[in-house]
Design a protein around this ligand. Structure first.
Ligand code: UD1
Length: 428
């Protein structure tokens, strides 16, 4: 295992290029199980979650080749319908193979994510939706078994616009008989990316990116090539890195239209932001203003940027209230942030951030991916030396994180610790 050693207080400046979106790439990889051909994906971030998804696909029987510029997935061989626990426990997003396997093999046996950190994150919307399409579901020995005599399209109204459920259902419906309508669907840009990939494989999908997605089933899907959209969460993380360090960063290869509410909040807090087609320029301000934030499904403020945004609010004048509406228990990192000198108090799904903290270097532990990135930002903003431990969480989702920060001037080093790898974290 590794940790980061950081000497804070350096304003980060320069240009950084964002990688492809983790949350899209993983689902595109799962979708490639729907065809008996070869899929080629470009702009896939080379992060541990992508390697885990490659292992999931290999365990199922696909051939996966990862090169620096593309990922090739050949699903032409005979596939197994079982996804092993050891892989699902590492990465919850593994459950998105359920829809494609059910559609192609008419059955899937996927380990339940479980694990000590998963908490209340449920899969009921996935199961209810698949049942509506004609799947039978039962659990045994820690596995979920889904089977069907043939999927048939139907109207599925989600109780909540779940990202994973929308993706699983969209993929399953591609090979179902007739028309499927997903109402109250997730509207994240990743839904549009997945629908584009599926469409280029021969699927018939309209409405992705809106709350109603219509899928007309087809008999089979063919090979396709696709380029993954930019990672909006990584772009937001670098904008915050500029803001909290008093820096000035130009972010290339990003899509500012995927971050509209985040950008408007950053401006309300005081950061200076210029957007052009695929670039975002973020300059720090002399002083920031406390601002309330509530996370919501897209196009609302992204829950994955909640923890990094709290670091900036800690440096702002006045109080801010942050409300987490997407996940329960997503303030677990606050105690670590307070060890660096922040003053954040939580009650249920609210956090009150008492601003104008002077952050000071300390030893902290990353509890999950996005909170880990937030603690790195806090360390970069703090005076003196910090250590961020358990950075295996960060390696799951940020490609070349410390190298990109170093190019911007950060004093950050990766150091081996000899500790064991962290178990799966609740938030992907
Ligand atoms: C995805 C993203 C994650 C992001 C989240 C919300 C990936 C790999 N992960 O996670 O980074 O933070 O979207 O934007 O893409 N829920 C249920 N029942 C269900 C499904 C979900 O109750 O069947 C609840 C969850 O417990 C959670 C909320 O709905 O509280 C949102 O979950 P969902 O949108 O499904 O997120 P994920 O797909 O898991």
């Amino acid at each position: 295992m590794f940790k980061y050693q950081i000497t804070g207080g350096v304003p980060l400046a320069g240009t950084v290029r964002v990688s492809g979106a983790k949350n899209s790439a993983l689902k595109l990889m799962a979708a490639s199980l729907l065809t008996t051909g070869k899929s080629v994906l470009y702009n896939v971030p080379l992060i541990n979650d992508v390697y885990t998804m490659a292992d999931v696909l290999r365990a199922i029987g696909a051939t996966v080749i990862i090169t620096p510029d593309r990922v090739e997935i050949d699903s032409s061989g005979e596939l197994s319908h079982t996804t092993p626990y050891e892989l699902v426990r590492k990465m919850r997003a593994s459950i998105t193979v359920m829809g494609p396997l059910l559609a192609r093999l008419h059955r899937a046996r996927v380990a339940m994510p479980g694990g000590c950190n998963i908490g209340p994150r449920k899969l009921d919307f996935h199961f209810n939706g698949l049942e509506k399409l004609g799947a039978r579901i039962h659990a045994d020995h820690g596995f979920i078994n889904v089977a069907t005599n043939g999927l048939t399209g139907d109207v599925i109204s989600l109780d909540y616009p779940s990202v994973g459920a929308t993706e699983n259902l969209m993929m399953a419906a591609c090979l179902a008989r007739g028309r499927t309508v997903i109402e109250s669907a997730a509207r994240e840009p990743e839904m549009i990316d997945l629908a584009k990939f599926l469409t280029s494989m021969g699927a018939s999908i309209s409405g992705a990116g809106t709350e109603t997605i219509v899928i007309d089933g087809v008999d089979e899907l063919h090979s396709a090539t696709h380029t993954v959209i930019p990672d909006r969460i990584e772009a937001g993380t670098f904008m915050l890195a500029a803001a909290v360090t008093g820096g000035d960063i130009e972010i290339e290869g990003a899509n500012p239209r995927h971050l509209e509410i985040f950008i408007s909040k950053m401006r309300a807090i005081g950061a200076a932001i210029d957007e052009r087609d695929d670039r975002i320029h973020c300059r720090a301000a002399e002083a920031y203003h406390g601002t309330d934030i509530a996370t919501l499904p897209y196009p609302g403020f992204p829950t994955d940027l909640q923890a990094p945004a709290i670091v900036l609010l800690s440096l702002a004048q006045g109080h801010s209230i942050v409300t987490e509406n997407v996940f329960e228990n997503r303030f677990g990192f606050v105690d670590e942030l307070n060890r660096l000198g922040a003053d954040v108090r939580t009650s249920g799904h609210h956090a009150v951030v008492h601003g104008q903290s002077r952050l000071e270097g300390a030893i902290v532990e990353a509890p999950d991916l996005r909170a880990g990135a937030a603690l790195v930002l806090a360390g970069l903003a703090a005076s003196g030396e910090s250590e961020v431990r358990r950075i295996g969480h960060i390696d799951r989702g940020y490609e070349n994180f410390e190298q990109k920060l170093q190019v911007l001037g950060a004093d950050i080093k990766r150091v081996e610790t000899g500790d064991l790898a962290p178990s799966a974290a609740p938030f992907n």
